[in-house]
Design a protein around this ligand. Structure first.
Ligand SMILES: Nc1ncnc2c1ncn2[C@@H]1O[C@H](COP(=O)(O)OP(=O)(O)O)[C@@H](O)[C@H]1O
Ligand SMILES: [Mg+2]
Length: 230
C-alpha cells in the first residue's frame, strides 16, 4: 500500500485570456502529497494557489502533465469521502441547518443517519452544540468557517485542501480557526494542505510550498510539527 495521496508530474495549467493567447498559470509543476503531510501553500494573490489546489483535489484538470491519486484511486471516486475542501468564502448551504450542512458529505454518500449522528458528535466535540439548528445566516464568519471545517472532516478524509480558510477573518478569529483545523486533522489523521498568506499559519505546518511565476518550490521548514500520524 502506497503512502502517496497525490502525485502531480510536470503539470501546466493555462487559461484562455479572451483573445487567441493563453495565460500560463502553472508551469512544469511536480509535487506529491504523502499520508499525514501538513503543507502550507504560499504565493502572492493570483499566483495559482487555488488553481493548484483544484487540480490536486481533482476539481480541475491540468492542460499538460499528469495527476494521479495512488493511495486513493480514480479521480471520480475522490469525493465526497476521500478528499475534502475548505473554501475561502462562505460555502455553507443557506437552506440547510448547521447540523445538516455538516452531515451533507455523508448524506451525499448515502449515509444520512450516520451523517447526522457524527455531525452531532462533532458539534459537541467542537463546542458548537448551540448552533445545530441555526441557519448559516444566523452565525458569525468565524463560526461558519469552523462549521465548514467540521463538514470537511466528517468523512475522515485522507486529505483536506483548505483554500485561504482564514482569509476573511480577523487575526484572533483566524488563529482560533486554524487551531481548530489542525486539531481536527490530528484527530482524523488527514493530510492537510493550506493555501495561505499568513506567516503564523505557515509556521504551524510542517512543509512549505511556494508558487512564484508559475513554478513551485518545496522546502523543509525551520519549524516542524511535533505530532505525526503513527
Ligand atoms: N477559470 C479561470 N479562467 C481564467 N483565468 C483563471 C481561471 N481561474 C484562475 N484564473 C487565473 O489564474 C491566475 C491564478 O489564479 P488563482 O489560482 O485563483 O490564484 P491565487 O489562488 O493564488 O490567488 C489568475 O491570474 C487568475 O485570473
Ligand atoms: Mg485563491
Amino acid at each position: 500500500m502506497t503512502d502517496c495521496l497525490v502525485d502531480a508530474i510536470d503539470i501546466d495549467r493555462s487559461f484562455p485570456d479572451g483573445s487567441t493567447s493563453h495565460v500560463s498559470v502553472l508551469r512544469s509543476v511536480s509535487c506529491r502529497i504523502m499520508l499525514g503531510d501538513r503543507i502550507a501553500l504560499t504565493g502572492p494573490s493570483g499566483s495559482g494557489k487555488s488553481t493548484l489546489l483544484h487540480i490536486l483535489g481533482g476539481l480541475d484538470e491540468p492542460t499538460k502533465g499528469k495527476v494521479t491519486w495512488p493511495a486513493l484511486g480514480a479521480r471520480d471516486t475522490l469525493r465526497p469521502e476521500k478528499i475534502s475542501f475548505v473554501f475561502q468564502t462562505p460555502s455553507l448551504f443557506s437552506a440547510l441547518t448547521i447540523i445538516e450542512n455538516i452531515a451533507l458529505p455523508l448524506a451525499m454518500a448515502g449515509k444520512e443517519k450516520q451523517g447526522i449522528a457524527r455531525a452531532a458528535a462533532l458539534l459537541e466535540a467542537l463546542e458548537l452544540v448551540g448552533l445545530a439548528t441555526k441557519l448559516p445566516e444566523e452565525i458569525s464568519g468565524g463560526q461558519a468557517q469552523r462549521v465548514a471545517i467540521a463538514r470537511a472532516v466528517i468523512t475522515k478524509p485522507l486529505l483536506i485542501l483548505a483554500d485561504e480558510p482564514t482569509g476573511q477573518l480577523d487575526g484572533q478569529t483566524a488563529a482560533s480557526v486554524i487551531d481548530f483545523l489542525i486539531e481536527a486533522v490530528e484527530k482524523t489523521g488527514s493530510a492537510l494542505i493550506v493555501a495561505t498568506h499568513d506567516q503564523r499559519i505557515v509556521e504551524r505546518l510542517e512543509k512549505v510550498w511556494a508558487i512564484t511565476h508559475g513554478q513551485l518550490s518545496t522546502f523543509a521548514p525551520a519549524i516542524k510539527s511535533k505530532r505525526r500520524i503513527p
